[in-house]
Write a protein that binds this ligand. Structure first.
Ligand code: GTP
Ligand code: NA
Ligand code: MG
Length: 298
């Protein structure tokens, strides 16, 4: 019955790869050359999620930090994404976090498009890097495999258009759909405590449509959506599937990767939130006990 409400939704693409291989530079290039006109005057906020429009089609991009400390979030990133663009620097080649990203994507059964970046650099050797990647099961079509490889320079924009075309093509084949008519549900991308605004969460709406004033449970916190803005700080009244938004109105700060759901009534959201908070506290206590016990035996 739910099926009849399913409509096409934008693909969610996560850019992954080793630190400094050029993930953010690629996104910057994509945004500056393709960001819709209305966003030009807006204040860009660093929420790590962006939408661009190409040929009338919207694409949602998530940027993931390359630092090892963020591997937990990256692991979750692979689960909220339809497609991973794996950025590998042509001079540096396959590095530990490249392998980690491949493992995450594979575990989540998320298709990978490879972007071999920095081909403008003197030390660039895209062929060698392609060869390295075959050891991880990523084999280009011209070598008999089925992985799309594009050699790019995110800095100069070389072949970025081709990469984008490949992303769109691959996403179209996936026939991604969602029901915009149900209560919103999705995941937290980032969160922080803002001095003025209180708890702030960047979330990705994955199902349904989020509205201002919606009662919401996020991880083990709850609240009401007080403000909702897009990545340029533009206020929104509603946000449909695959839309990244920044929201305020939560009672505490959730964690990246936490799931959220919208409830019909605030009292239900509160009850569910409080129950989850209690559970989380119990689990923390259990973990503390385990740590104490294991200390005894080490
Ligand atoms: P983290 O988020 O820290 O993991 O890094 P990142 O993968 O987002 O890399 P970032 O975009 O910050 O780029 C790292 C450095 O590489 C910057 O100095 C960029 O200017 C440079 N860089 C990125 N892409 C290219 C490229 O295509 N060519 C050249 N020459 N430099 C590039
Ligand atoms: Na960097
Ligand atoms: Mg970056």
């Amino acid at each position: 019955n739910n099926k009849k409400h399913l409509v096409p939704r934008p693909p969610v693409i996560t850019i992954m790869g080793h630190v400094d291989h050029g993930k953010t530079t690629l996104l910057d290039y994509l945004r500056h050359s393709h960001v819709a006109a209305h966003e030009a005057g807006g204040i860009t906020q660093d929420i790590g999620a962006y939408q661009i429009k190409e040929k009338g089609k919207t694409i949602t991009f998530l940027d993931t930090p390359g630092h090892a400390a963020f591997s937990a979030m990256r692991a979750r990133g692979a689960r909220i994404t339809d497609l991973v663009v794996l950025v590998v620097a042509a001079d540096d080649g396959v590095m530990p976090q490249t392998v980690e990203a491949i493992d995450h994507a594979k575990a989540a059964k998320t298709p990978i498009i490879v972007a071999i970046n920095k081909i403008d650099k003197p030390g660039a050797n895209p062929k060698k890097v392609t060869n390295q990647l075959t050891r991880y099961g990523l084999i280009p079509e011209k070598w008999g495999g089925n992985t799309i490889f594009v050699n790019i320079s995110a800095k100069l924009g070389t072949n970025v258009k081709e990469l984008l075309d490949m992303i769109i093509l691959k996403a179209e084949v996936m026939e991604l759909k969602a029901n915009p008519k149900q209560n919103a549900a999705g995941s937290v991308i980032e969160s922080k405590l803002d001095k003025g605004k209180g708890p702030v969460a960047s979330v990705l709406v994955q199902e349904g449509t989020m509205h201002i004033e919606d009662p919401i449970v996020v991880g083990d916190t709850f609240g009401r959506v007080r403000t909702m803005t897009n990545e340029n700080g533009k206020p929104l009244k509603s946000a449909g599937p695959s839309t990244p938004v920044e929201i305020t109105g939560l009672s505490s700060v959730p964690e990246a990767g936490d799931r959220f759901v919208v409830f019909d009534h605030e009292k239900d959201a509160r009850a569910a939130g409080e129950q989850r908070a209690e559970q989380a506290q119990m689990e923390r206590r259990k973990q503390d006990n385990t740590v104490t016990l294991s200390n005894l035996f080490s």
